[in-house]
Ligand binder design. Structure first.
Ligand code: TNX
Length: 669
């Protein structure tokens, strides 16, 4: 069998090499790499004057003052804004500990956050936009629709201190700078793709990815549900798809295969509902006519299934391996279902019907990539043309990978169907334009967030499209900047997290963050001169990524502390109690210091009584593919009688690279 199988790197580097030759603008991937995360030149964090919002808003002005969320703050919702107002209150309650009641819009007291739907002139002609005004006496958010309102709420979260994303109370104060923001997306489709076929992820993990992606205003969750190594959602009438096809996954760490898993239909619907509540539509993908060994292996011997014709069942296999065998490596381009076997269409029709009925997107993704080892053009186009007809018959718009669906001679995608362009240089995009398709741009060297980081941190990531790939590579490109790709054809972008190398949620987060912020910004923010690591746009962006550090750490996410970002130190007081009215002892604060080890940090405390002493910084240091945790700051002090005035101490933390932060600790009697 080995002779037939095309190995990933061989296969894809051929495509890649051809792309480089064909694309004059395509340069070699060279990123400056620094061995360790070397955060920040001193003072970098302070130089961010505008609020650090990702994606960057269309327009934003600041006016000096600030609004503070307090125990008295309420959220007011006018008609149609209630659900998003509840989201906002729920987002802000855990860290603030405040009640944040949601009231009807009739409330006119000052000090509230007012949410409504409307059509301010500045949003004319735009969908999913919002206007946000923060003033000392209150906050007003107007959404052009509920999705715009939700996106405005994400901006409110980013205007607050990053500790707002903590699941337990933090001391605040919860101030937001006074701003006037008008904002709307550049592209309607801002996707995040997760592959749960190569490695299984449970619904809870995908919900966390929804939290992350929707926080940066992404609005499509594309789930790659099936591939050679696994089939991940129950299809009624075909229990073997999951009981057989769901069991394995790509083997890592010397294993032949890793454990698999699958979702019930109830779980799938629950994830769709969760995505819906976060204004993400779910695009299901079951890859065909190749990349489907899990389907073939499940159904090849499903002879007692009354829906299938047992006598001709072996005829579903058109793959290069016959009889079919499991292959849990990262090989591609060997499997295939036969277009002229009736069982193929019984199986696919049930899959398409059931997934379309359970999803909430106008699109059904039939895959269509990397099938040319198995099928000639006539066979391939006959297959996908028939399948696109089935997709249309259930009222969905066909979507698939552009290298096949658009590029192979003889395919006839209906006008307005969607091609996802993934070949570096977008050489697979012009064919889609010529066939009247719309484009989602995911050029692998920029938007495939499964590619390795510099130093292959943690052994994670493939490297066929972008070896040693740092954040500048994800950020510095433009979806309409490829030859033969007119802006009118592009509906959006997608960050694709393929999972061959990622067995755990923490590994997935590591590759996803902060990269997803780059693709989110490209999808949302106005076109900018994203020219390279030294461009003004990139320098501005990495400052704003730096401000995400405390936010991501407060939320407990794993992420890559790239040396391209000047990560900041941010502390918060812990509110220690005096014992016997005089002694402070134990934890006095927490510190976010992404990428720093405790040994790089020193802390001292000015106790407010004329004395200063050292504090300790403790916690788990960063390790391979894991960010460090928040650090605890501990100290002991005994006030002299008569010196316990005000009970406020000041902590200063200094890193070996000169970065520093200062925060107050309110000492409780
Ligand atoms: C290409 S993109 C693939 C996937 C792999 C990915 C790995 C595409 C349509 N096919 O099957 O998982 O590269 O980076």
């Amino acid at each position: 069998m080995g002779g037939f199988i095309v190995h990933r790197f061989k296969n894809r580097s051929v495509i890649f090499a051809a792309t480089i030759a064909a694309t004059a603008t395509f340069g070699a991937t060279v990123t400056a790499t620094t061995a360790a995360a070397a955060p920040a030149t001193p003072g970098d964090s302070a130089s961010t004057s505008a609020p650090a919002i990702i994606p960057k808003p269309v327009s934003m002005t600041t006016s000096g003052g600030h609004f503070t969320v307090t125990r008295q703050t309420y959220v007011a919702a006018s008609s149609g804004a209630g659900a998003v107002a509840q989201d906002l209150a729920a987002d802000l309650r855990p860290a603030t500990g405040y009640p944040l009641p949601v009231l009807s819009s009739a409330v006119s007291r000052t000090g509230g956050i007012h949410l409504s739907l409307g059509h301010p002139a500045a949003l004319a002609g735009h969908t999913d936009g919002y206007q946000l005004t923060v003033r000392t006496d209150g906050v007003t958010l107007v959404g052009s629709d509920a999705e715009g309102l939700f996106d405005g709420v994400q901006t409110i979260r980013e205007l607050l201190p990053g500790w707002i994303d903590s699941s337990s109370p933090r001391p605040g104060p919860w101030t937001m700078p006074d701003v006037s923001i008008t904002d709307f997306p550049r592209f309607q489709y801002r996707g995040f793709m997760i592959d749960i076929a190569r490695h299984f992820e449970p619904p809870s993990a995908v919900k966390q990815m929804i939290d992350i992606a929707s926080q940066y205003k992404m609005n499509v969750l594309h789930i790659h549900l099936s591939d050679d190594q696994g089939f991940r959602v129950v299809i009624n009438g075909f229990p073997r798809l999951t009981s057989v096809g769901g069991m394995g996954s790509v083997g890592t760490d010397g294993r032949t295969m890793d454990p698999g898993g699958y979702w019930t239909q109830a779980q799938y619907k629950d994830v769709v509902a969760y995505a819906n509540a976060h204004f993400m539509t779910v695009v299901p993908e079951v890859d065909s006519p190749s990349h489907n060994n899990a389907i073939v292996m499940s159904e090849y011997n499903d002879t007692s299934n009354p829906l299938l014709d047992a006598a001709t069942l072996h005829g579903i296999n058109c793959g290069l391996v016959n009889p079919p065998q499991w292959n849990y490596t990262t090989d591609v381009g060997y499997s295939g279902m036969c277009p002229d076997n009736s069982n193929t269409w019984v199986i696919l029709t049930h899959i398409i019907d059931q997934l379309s009925a359970m999803s909430n997107s106008p699109y059904y993704n039939l895959g269509g990539d990397e099938a040319t080892n198995v099928f000639n053009d006539a066979q391939y186009s006959a297959f996908v043309n028939k399948e696109m007809g089935i997709v249309q018959a259930v009222g969905e718009i066909p979507m698939g990978w552009s290298d096949g669906l658009a590029t192979v001679t003889g395919t006839t995608p209906p006008a307005g169907s969607i091609a996802e362009s993934w070949i570096p240089g977008a050489t697979d995009a012009p064919a889609a334009v010529a066939k009247g398709m719309k484009l989602v741009m995911a050029p692998a060297d920029h938007a495939y967030i499964d590619q390795s980081y510099p130093g292959h941190a943690g052994g994670l990531g493939l490297n066929w499209a972008c070896n040693q790939c740092d954040l500048d590579k994800n950020y510095n490109w433009d979806p309409t900047g490829f030859s033969g790709v007119p802006a009118t054809s592009v509906i959006g972008v997608e960050a694709a997290l393929w999972s061959e190398t990622i067995p755990t949620l923490a590994d997935a987060e590591f590759l996803m963050l902060p990269r997803v912020t780059a693709i989110a910004e490209i999808g949302w923010s106005p076109k900018a001169d994203r020219g390279g690591p030294s461009s003004a746009a990139f320098k501005d962006y990495v400052q704003r990524v730096a401000a995400q550090g405390v936010r991501l750490q407060a939320a407990g996410y794993n992420f890559y502390t790239t040396a391209e970002v000047p990560w900041q130190l941010v502390g918060a007081g812990a509110g220690p109690r005096l014992s016997r009215g005089r002694t402070v002892s134990g934890e006095i604060g927490v510190l976010s210091a992404p990428g720093y080890t405790p040994g790089q940090l020193t802390a001292k405390v000015n106790w407010g009584d004329g004395t200063t002493s050292a504090a300790t910084v403790t916690g788990s240091a960063p390790s391979s593919a894991r960010v460090n945790g928040l650090y605890a700051i501990n100290a002991t002090h005994r006030y002299q009688p008569g010196h316990v005035t005000g009970h406020v101490a000041t902590v200063t933390v200094t890193a070996t690279n000169g970065q520093t932060t200062t925060f107050d600790v309110r000492i409780l009697p």
